[in-house]
Design a protein around this ligand. Structure first.
Ligand code: ADP
Ligand code: MG
Length: 288
């Protein structure tokens, strides 16, 4: 079990993490929040890359600072910004990471061979990194995080640059892996977590504003999400009056999905979705 206790981190005038506490057991944890909300900072603290100003992270009760190398052996980490040697092939890069992680040469070949198909890169490993697309680089980045069979897998925006089918493949693979390890992944794309994350962590301006199982969090919104039909000329007014989570055009007008305490007449209650939840906590702006 991994516990984060009262973690605080300040950069000059920015309070990037403000008294964050939660714990994780095996399963997939989705860290959600707009850009600048503190996701990367939290992951850097969790992986021991960055020391917090206050608070601590414990693994099975022991402060990770005193575990040091032992803790690193348990970790697989995909940073958000990830430098790669452009002249290396994917395979050579992965072999290099195996060396860094102290994986014996005899095992490295096998570890690399099993990681490549997971990220859909089997057969592409002889290509130079320089020649790879953004999505392919990201997939090699994910592969390197898997090489040491980590008990704790931390992926900072793993889906950035991936196309929809690559996202689905990653999602399914992570589900399989999560049975006996902790997986923490960050995203600002709600759909990445739909039907995957066992737990959600919602960061807003460095504060953990909500966390729990998706169904639990959605419960808070029940009775507040509605759909209604409106004509084109009414749409503007609806958008000004309510928080609108979706609009689709229909014969003669629009179907609008809104969050409201007092819905207009004719609105029909509907079960909340993660998109609604995101809007509820973060509003319609993309600011942290
Ligand atoms: P996210 O990953 O959610 O986009 P970050 O953790 O990268 O958020 O950033 C949280 C806040 O901390 C932002 O306001 C960012 O500008 C600031 N920040 C992050 N890292 C640094 C740093 N090394 N120096 C100064 N400010 C930083
Ligand atoms: Mg980030």
């Amino acid at each position: 079990m991994l516990t984060v206790e009262h973690v605080t981190k300040q950069f000059q005038e920015t309070l990037a993490l403000n008294d964050v506490s939660f714990s994780m057991e095996n399963g997939i944890y989705g860290l959600l929040g707009p850009n600048g909300s503190g996701k990367t900072t939290l992951m850097r603290v969790l992986t021991g890359v960055l020391a917090p100003d206050g608070g601590r992270v414990r693994y099975d009760g022991i402060d990770i600072r005193s575990l040091d190398g032992q803790y690193r052996d348990l970790l697989g980490y995909l940073p958000q910004q990830f430098a790669m040697y452009e002249d290396f092939t994917g395979e050579k890069f992965l072999r290099y990471v195996c060396d860094l992680k102290g994986i014996p040469r005899a095992d490295a070949r096998e570890r690399i061979a099993e990681s490549l198909p997971i990220v859909g890169m089997a057969g592409e490993e002889k290509k130079k990194i320089r020649k790879l697309s953004g999505g392919m680089r990201r997939r090699i980045g994910i592969a390197q995080a898997l090489l040491n069979h980590p008990k704790i897998l931390v992926l900072d925006e793993p889906t950035s640059g991936l196309d929809p089918s690559e996202r689905i493949r990653l999602r399914n693979y992570l589900l399989n892996l999560s049975k006996n390890r902790i997986i923490l992944l960050s995203t600002h794309i709600v759909a990445d977590l739909e039907s995957t994350a066992h737990h959600l962590l919602l960061l807003k301006k460095g504060v953990l504003t909500a966390h729990g199982a998706p169904a639990e969090l959605l419960q808070k919104l029940s009775g507040q999400v509605f759909t209604l039909f409106c004509k084109d000329e009414e749409l503007m007014q609806i958008q000004q009056q309510y928080v609108v989570s979706a609009i689709s055009s229909e014969e003669g007008g629009n179907r609008v999905r809104i969050l409201a305490d007092n819905p207009p007449p004719g609105a029909r209650q509907t079960p909340p979705s993660l998109e609604d939840l995101y809007l509820y906590y973060y509003g319609e702006t993309q600011d942290a």
